[in-house]
Design a protein around this ligand. Sequence first.
Ligand SMILES: [Ca+2]
Ligand SMILES: [Ca+2]
Length: 832
Amino acid sequence: MTPRPLSLRAACLFLTVLAAASTASAQDIRDGEYFHEPGADLLVFSNWYDGLFADAKISGVELIHHGLRTVTNGDVRLEATPGQWEPTGSFVTRRVDEDAGVIEADLAYAEYGFNYTIRVERDAGSYVISVNSDTPLPAELEGKAGFNLEFVPSAYGGKGLLVDGAARVIPYSPVSAVTPRIGGPRPDGAAADPLPIAEGHTLVLAPGDTENRVSLSSPDAVISLYDGRNQASNGWYVARSLLPAGKTGRLLEWRLDASSQDGWVRPPVLSYNQLGYTPSRSKVAILQLDRDAGAPGPIKLVRLLGDGGETVALSATPEPWGRYLRHVYARFDFSSIDVPGLYQLDYGGSRSAAFPISDTTYDEAWHATLDVFMPVQMDHMFVNEAYRVWHGTAHMDDALQAPVDHEHHDLYRQGPTTDTAYSPLEHIPGLNVGGWFDAGDFDIRTQSQYATVRGLVHSWERFGPARDTTKVDWDRRRADIHVPDGAPDMLQQIKHGTLQLLAQFDAVGFAIHGIVEPDLDQYTHLGDAVTKTDGLIYDASLGPDEVKDGRSGRLDDRWAFTSRSSALQYGSTAGLAAASRALKGYDDALAFKALARAETTFAYEYNKEPDTFRHGNTTGGPLEMERFLAAAELLLATGDERYARAADEWLETALPYFGAIAPVAIAIGPQMDEAYGQRLRAAAEKWAADMKEARADNPFGVQITRGGRAGSGSVIGQANTAEAIYRAWPELISKQEVLDAFDYVLGRHPGHNLSLVSGVGAQSKLVAYGSNRADFSHIPGGIVPGVLILKPDFPENREDWPFFWGQNEYVIPLAASYIYLSHAAAELAQDQ
Ligand SMILES: [Ca+2]
Ligand SMILES: [Ca+2]
């Protein structure tokens, strides 16, 4: 059936008839996993709260509605509009009864002794969602615990709303009435609770919208609708009913109806490299079809002519690949077309963007990343682009010694001692220089700083890009984007990272975990980083709002986490050793200092038992990997036999991390003996074989990981490892692996066809999780994690909603490794 506009009354009648005609059957539960109607999949705890960063709005009862996951987090919550770090129930188990058409999940708030079951069943075309418990609600949860269901603002903002028949519009922007939060933790900022937008027994959201209409009803309970964005920029609309006191068994019941369009299938996605192709390389577009869409039709490759005309360069039916996740795929190979020009792909009359076939089409792939993204991430600097100031000179009050025995929400932890000359909350001078904002947040995570430095150095040494479009003045703490200053930008970025790594040693004598805002109130800061603290060093002798002699009594400075870790020491050593090579001839004094610090740190760590303090991703990678990398980078910097011996000694225990060590392990090959080369080659052979298997899992020719953060970083890492192997032992691996990964990042992946590099390629990620995410915007050249695989089968990367960090958050090491991949791909694509 083709959907067409219906009057509201007709639509309701029509849906009622449809609903009455349908009864529960085994077919309602697809693949034994979730309820399925055309265009409406209802998931019940296929996904649950990520343990690392709390609620990621991927959990509970969820609705994938005409291709977009618009409803989530259907569960018992203790607040009307819980933010990311508010308590959630712990998931216990889940049951699917296909015959009965029921999915249930058991959960618990253990600290309150409250166990409950969320049950969803079909009834005459509706879903009946209930909260069940053998015990009454504990007294402490009365008036607090309710069943919540969240609706994404990007789909529902501005849509109609019927509340027990009364009409209104769902507010596009958050403008709820609010009430002060009693006893909340915040002295300033978001310290109130929104009042409901609407309350009733029947809520119809987006009536008349065939793709998004959802109705909720409960004869017994009042359903309130809140707008979570009043207190959290990443909030959703929340429908909620409080759980009743003193009741057991079925505590609460809602009926949910979601619009479903008979015969709806997800529109096809034809994915390819948004930057186009070089004439001689492989060219394969991949067609994604709904599994119910039937066999693929022909795809045309059209060449666009200067006079407004066009010619069909190739027309063929794509070759079926088979099923991957919830879709089926087919491959359209147009490698035979090598005439330079501008082309479009056409599937069923739907056209792709125009893309070049040209020898030079990859030459600029990394420019936005180095020209714009990297400068924007520079901490302790004022960063300007044309008329726009990206941010002021941030964090000049860095940093206070973190208190001991303190665990921080962003994977930092201070152990029982400071390990420095400083007392808890005492100012550590000298840390307010260099470094980059780690990601969409603003911390300086040392691990990502040294990884970025090393990545940039490797690009510099191999490809030597002298590009100069950024003016950097450290004396004035100012960077100007699109203004040359005679110095290669890549060297300036390497210097900026090196300044922070060295500052840590100068300040406390060793590499520290990083510098991060102390609490969630500051952590959630969006906007100009310079406004996150007052820039004035904290002075405990002053009153909270007192300023005197350039110091301030406001306790807002960031904290430095400093428990000693040998893995981190080796990591910074590797970064400094690498930097010393690149900086020679550009800033000799800094190069000399970096190498000296790397050598003394290596010698210190080599001659003692390691400090094994570990926490999260802030205390260095595995010691066995980091120490090998330090030895190898130092060997490349000095040629000193001591480092060759250490690298040889440590190779065996570093091989489990082959993907990470390969580029450097191979680079030192000429300075090592034959046995070393043989061991490394054997490891490369095994890695290539394992990867071949992993790549066969999907039609895109890369390994697609399934963690809580999507895998473009892993894909780029694989490609750079493959490139290193290919250069050393071309018989072990195909350069196609590098190009497949490059294609993946530039648009050829599941779900959509956007380049994952903002602003790079004709169509790219323009809504991402950078520091400007509250503006639904992007930072040019930033690389997002990309397509997240939600259980059981849903690839998701949201362009309508920036706040999914697992899909949209930029991180700095990825910028460095992408710059390397772009150069490598441009080279390999020339002579295929
Ligand atoms: Ca420059
Ligand atoms: Ca301050």
